[in-house]
Design a binder for this molecule. Structure first.
Ligand code: GLY
Ligand code: MN
Ligand code: MN
Length: 489
């Protein structure tokens, strides 16, 4: 890191978004304001991420990516750091590793402590080796460390640990709830970054929609997406492994993993279901587009697409503060059942289909999730919030919260033709009686449709910042080159 031109911003230069360091200062202020009552003389201590070696080799997993709670609080890019916030004074402390002089030979000029202070606009910078001494001089009543289970992964946040911590009173209970809860509501600074990463990811999806032709491979589509996000948007990371399913792979919800590396070649007449999102200085986009590779929907493809589109729009139009996300999930499932009935795939009363839980046969996943510094953002099931619902399908929801202004969420209804689920429904007389088997069989092997948008809950409703062709007409026009980027940017 030879660049000592400290700008007070995180940015990749050029036209990329400039993330002001005030974003992180405001996050710290919100944290201190939350914690002051009852913890007035305590100090928050967070441990940043460490490089992860690739097994026994001397290489690491891609480029280091900062741990999200630490990034949210300090905006620091380097590995091996600690940070502290004194609740009484609001002062911020950064602790950086003391690197050997040889670092300057291999990695570029060493930053001094003062450089770090300027770079990240924190109040005090010291070496990690001095953390116990520096914090000890502040004589806190306790250190508040982060311990809690991520309700998406089931994994536990890494609690700060350093030699000498045993000489402090450590409270690893008070912090987790508050910091996770604060991350749920985005500040205006954060919303600007979210808008940017959603915009770049939307542009990249639009590029892919035009090049994803029969004869191209799924991984070439992935590559086009990655290239645009990085080259034009400065997004050095994506938020999750790109899911580029063509044809029946669209029904494989987590396609694209190591065993299925987006390696199928696209065929004439198939639809593509591509779920990809860039990541900019930690903030995530998560967008899915489904489109016909021939450029024109067949009548069957159009019918299923519109079923999902109607579900997406119904939810979008209903989202506003005070609304239950679980209710939105059920609204989407109902719209999908209604649409499949109107399209002749299902028959009977939709209310009765709901009673036997037919919806999750076609959309087994939850409607969507909080998004922010993690693609499945934290705070979904904190103790103060509604618990995870227990019914089939709704139990996959990553939050059951009541919507509030400042939340960013995905709205991602889907309708898939997944063999084991269709077989299950056909084998269950309670479900099979609603299915026109002949009609359903036409769709087996065709994959599925998901329409995933990234939205911000506002005072009175909801704004969709995903700028991609969404109606059948818009998609066909986009692929045909009728419209250009100015319609969407
Ligand atoms: N791409 C992961 C998700 O849609 O939740
Ligand atoms: Mn997604
Ligand atoms: Mn998602």
């Amino acid at each position: 890191m030879a660049n000592k031109n400290f700008t007070g911003r995180l940015s990749m230069g050029g036209d990329t978004h400039q993330v002001p360091l005030e974003l992180f200062a405001l996050n710290r202020k919100r944290l201190v304001d939350r914690l002051r009552a009852g913890n007035g003389k305590s100090i928050v201590v967070l441990q940043g991420g460490d490089e992860v070696p690739f097994y026994d080799t001397d290489t690491t997993y891609h480029v280091f990516r900062q741990e999200s709670y630490f990034m949210w609080t300090f905006g620091v890019l380097e590995a091996g750091c600690f940070g502290a916030v004194d609740i009484a004074t609001g002062k911020s402390y950064l602790f950086v590793p003391k690197l050997p002089a040889s670092y300057a030979v291999w990695m570029g000029p060493l930053l001094t402590l003062d450089d770090f202070k300027k770079r990240y606009q924190v109040d005090v910078v010291n070496y990690v080796d001095d953390i116990a001494k520096v914090l000890g001089e502040l004589a806190p009543t306790s250190l508040l460390t982060l311990k809690g289970v991520n309700s998406d992964s089931g994994l536990t946040a890494k609690e700060a640990e350093f030699p000498g911590i045993e000489n402090f009173k450590v409270d690893n209970v008070s912090l987790f709830y508050h910091i996770a809860d604060l991350r749920v509501i985005k500040t205006d600074y954060e919303t600007e970054v979210m808008k940017y990463v959603t915009k770049v990811s939307s542009q990249a999806h639009r590029k892919v929609m035009r090049m994803a032709k029969p004869g191209k491979s799924e991984y070439q589509c992935e590559s086009t997406f990655l290239h645009h996000c990085y080259s034009s948007g400065g997004c050095r990371f994506v938020s999750y492994t790109c899911i580029c399913g063509s044809g029946n792979n669209g029904a494989v919800l987590h396609y694209g993993h190591a065993g299925c590396p987006n390696d199928k070649f696209i065929k004439e007449g198939e639809t593509c279901l591509f779920d990809m999102g860039g990541n900019y200085f930690g903030y995530a986009a998560d967008i899915t587009c489904t489109f016909p590779t021939s450029g024109k929907f067949t009548p069957d493809q159009k019918m299923i697409y519109n079923v999902v589109y109607d579900a997406n729009m119904a939810v979008f139009n209903a989202c506003k503060p005070g609304v239950s996300w679980v209710d939105m999930h059920h609204l989407a499932l109902r719209k999908i059942l209604e649409g499949l009935k109107a399209g002749g795939v299902l028959k009977g009363e939709v209310d009765d289909m709901v009673k036997v839980n037919l919806g999750p046969i076609f959309q087994p996943h939850g409607l969507g999730h909080l998004i922010g510094m993690d693609v499945h953002d934290v705070g979904g099931y904190l103790p103060s919030e509604p618990p995870r619902p227990k019914g089939r399908g709704e139990d996959r929801l990553r939050t059951a919260r009541i919507l509030q202004k400042g939340m960013w969420l995905t709205i991602e209804p889907g309708c898939y033709f997944i063999d084991p689920l269709l077989d299950e429904a056909l084998a269950n007389p309670e479900m099979a009686k609603f299915i026109n088997k002949d009609q359903l069989e036409r769709f087996r092997g065709t994959g599925g449709v998901r329409i995933e948008d990234d939205v911000l809950i506002t005072e009175n409703g909801c704004v969709n910042w995903t700028k991609v062709p969404r109606t059948v007409q818009e998609i066909e026009d986009w692929i045909a080159g009728v419209d250009d980027d100015s319609k969407y940017d």
